[in-house]
Design a protein. Structure first.
Length: 96
């Protein structure tokens, strides 16, 4: 399985994006796992690679986010959530 990564929201100032809110999730039948977080950036409009806010794509921002994170660890965590959902270590209930 491969997690699906999305950008949930962006925060910006007059220079550009300062915070990206991201979500990674995966589903296996009735079982799912997800992780949510933020990455902060310091936009520099003078940088040759700068992209104006109105020209950004989700893929652009996802590439920034993924360069800041341990993607493999996050996807492993999501896979572990799904595995735990399939075979819980802890059960709930009462014996009566």
């Amino acid at each position: 399985m491969t997690a699906t990564w999305t950008i949930a929201q962006l925060e910006r100032n007059t220079d550009g994006v300062v915070t990206a809110h991201w979500r990674a999730s995966d589903v296996d039948g009735d079982h799912s796992g997800s992780n949510y977080g933020t990455c902060s950036f310091t936009p520099d409009p003078t940088d040759k690679d700068f992209i104006a806010f109105e020209d950004l794509t989700e893929a652009d921002v996802l590439s920034w986010v993924e360069s800041e994170l341990d993607v493999d660890a996050i996807e492993a965590s999501i896979a572990a959530q799904i595995a735990e959902s399939k075979e819980p270590v802890v059960s709930v209930g009462v014996p009566w």
